[in-house]
Write a protein that binds this ligand. Structure first.
Ligand SMILES: Cc1cc2nc3c(=O)[nH]c(=O)nc-3n(C[C@H](O)[C@H](O)[C@H](O)COP(=O)(O)OP(=O)(O)OC[C@H]3O[C@@H](n4cnc5c(N)ncnc54)[C@H](O)[C@@H]3O)c2cc1C
Length: 520
């Protein structure tokens, strides 16, 4: 990637700032149209919000309730395209809304039927009302007291960081150049005040360089306004950051293959309990925060809220001691005048062009990244007076595309790359050894991540190339020394680099561990 940057003699067609779902989506769209694109991410790909979502490819049942039919239909279409283009990573999942009041079954049954109909040819499965017995067949560990029945509907589930890494590979295969650990430190302007490039700093070496572009695209998610202020000090903020957290438990809390959807928590939000990689994922909250952070930390009241709400629906109420991991993410919600609660803010995306010509894409959600990218590249190409080229991502396969990836067992999320990872093990059987008894990850995955997936730190491997940190933070901490050894031999680290890497990982991982209240 660096060689590509150094050999690049002229201005790029587009420079994308930010390597989350939005930025990488833009890079795929632009490169696959034939534009010349550079993407820069200050940390690792997906370090921001894009690895911290609920991992649902969904239309958003809640937005239906808010009357935003257009948004729901668009997202349902994108959900269908995601399944079509990345079948190794996206699958359908049954969601059950349990009913404890007589009016809930017909009410939610009708709404969910509408949700199903809006998907049209992109439908995932028929929703229907369930008897009490059918509800418990789907959710054997649901609280039975007062249970009347339920309603089932279908949505998509995926692994967000894994999809993002495969999107980075897709963008690269389409001709884009993408660098992680390169921070954009400023914007350059031509004599008329129009943004014409970026100044950057390589976070690993400290080297600085400039790159020029016909269009600069700000896809920095929760950090959107910081870059806009660089372009225009008087820019009016667009983003209201709102934090959401998830708790992860073992699979005994939610047995079976279905998820629970609670449409109205006491704070007016939706709460999910979802089977994910052999664990139970429960979230999320919606807490306005003053400032976006790259490594946000769950607040005590958020943890208490999720434990209390989950306890109302699960036969075995989870406690702090049951939490294997807690992670927080910041929603980059777009400001709307007169809306008091962040839960009520629309999840539409916005493309904004500042007077300086900086193109900002923000809002939206993971599910709609492809559509957001299409709209953004249309606008940026017009602004930069590039030759018009049609979007081709409707039918563009994501790297690893495989129609029957389940056959690869624990390596299924790698899709066709699983074949290559198995070859690594055939060549060196030690790489087939597991890294921890509590998690399915193999040594070969660390080697693969360092050689082929641009993993540069222990955290990259444990948080995003595998999901160890998100599934079981203590197990991830125990795996870290073995991961550091493998990375040291792949990347040529000396002992002090290895020690520093481990210390940095321990520091980050401490945010994912919950101490019991007495020892807190
Ligand atoms: C709790 C929660 C649950 C969610 N659940 C879902 C869900 O189930 N389904 C769904 O569809 N959506 C969901 N979303 C929404 C979705 O996750 C986000 O809309 C999406 O991930 C935003 O991606 P992004 O690329 O815009 O932002 P980010 O992923 O935050 O990426 C922005 C990137 O820009 C980088 N950056 C910032 N400044 C600079 C700079 N100066 N130089 C270089 N790089 C920079 C950051 O490091 C960061 O990696 C959820 C969001 C949250 C918070």
């Amino acid at each position: 990637m660096w060689r590509r940057v150094q050999a690049h003699p002229k201005a790029w067609d587009m420079i994308v700032v930010g390597g989350g779902a939005t930025g990488v989506g833009v890079a795929i769209d632009a490169a696959s149209r034939g534009y010349d694109v550079l993407l820069l991410e200050q940390s690792d790909f997906g370090k921001g919000t894009s690895s911290r979502s609920t991992k649902l490819a969904h239309g958003g049942v809640r937005y239906l309730e808010q009357g935003n039919i257009g948004l729901v239909m668009e997202a349902l279409k994108e959900r269908g395209l995601l399944l079509q283009n990345a079948p190794h990573l996206v699958h359908d999942l049954a969601f059950v809304v349990p009913n404890y009041d007589w009016w809930e079954a017909p009410f939610y049954g009708l709404g969910l039927k509408l949700y199903q109909l809006l998907a049209g040819k992109y439908g995932f499965g028929a929703s229907r009302i369930l008897s009490r017995e059918e509800t418990l067949e789907h959710l054997p560990t649901l609280k039975t007291e007062g249970l009347r029945g339920g309603a089932v509907y279908y949505d998509g589930q995926f692994d967000d960081a894994r999809l993002l890494i495969h999107m980075v590979a897709t963008a690269f295969e389409q001709g884009a150049t993408l660098l992680n650990y390169v921070e954009v430190t400023g914007l350059t302007k031509d004599p008329s005040g129009f943004v014409d490039g970026v100044t950057t700093r390589d976070v690993v070496t400290g080297n600085e360089f400039r790159a020029s572009a016909k269009a600069v695209i700000n896809a920095t998610g929760p950090f959107t306004d910081l870059l806009r202020l660089q372009a225009e000090p008087s820019a009016v903020p667009m983003i209201v950051p709102s934090q959401g957290i998830h708790l992860v438990f073992d699979s005994t809390f939610l047995q079976g293959d279905s998820a629970i959807m609670v449409p109205h928590t006491s704070d007016g939000r939706v709460l999910f309990a979802i089977p994910w990689h052999g664990h139970t994922l429960v979230g999320t909250t919606d807490t306005p925060v003053a400032k976006a952070a790259l490594e946000p930390v769950a607040m005590e009241q958020e943890i208490d809220f999720i434990l209390a709400t989950a306890g109302r629906y699960l036969a075995k109420a989870p406690t702090r001691d049951d939490v294997l991991s807690v992670f927080a993410g910041i929603r980059p919600l777009v400001r709307a005048p007169g809306v008091a609660s962040t839960a009520a803010l629309a999840r539409d995306h916005v493309i904004h062009i500042d007077r300086s010509g900086l193109v900002t894409i923000c809002g939206g959600k993971w599910t709609t990244y492809r559509r957001m990218a299409e709209d953004c590249v249309d606008q940026a190409a017009t602004l930069a007076q590039l030759p018009e080229k049609p979007c081709v991502t409707h039918h563009l396969n994501i790297h690893g595309f495989h129609g029957a990836a389940k056959q690869f067992g624990n390596l299924a999320v790698y899709g066709s790359d699983a074949i290559e990872i198995r070859k690594l093990i055939e060549d060196d059987s030690r790489l087939g050894e597991p890294l921890h008894p509590a998690l399915p990850y193999l040594k070969a995955e660390v080697v693969w991540a360092a050689r082929r997936e641009m993993a540069l730190t222990v955290e990259d491997v444990l948080a995003r190339r595998t999901r160890a940190l998100f599934l079981n933070a203590r197990a991830a901490l125990e795996m870290a020394p073995a991961v550091a050894d493998l990375m040291a031999s792949e990347l040529g680290w000396d002992e002090s680099t290895r020690t520093r890497q481990l210390a940095a990982f321990r520091d980050v991982a401490s945010n994912y561990v919950i101490s019991s209240r007495n020892s807190a």
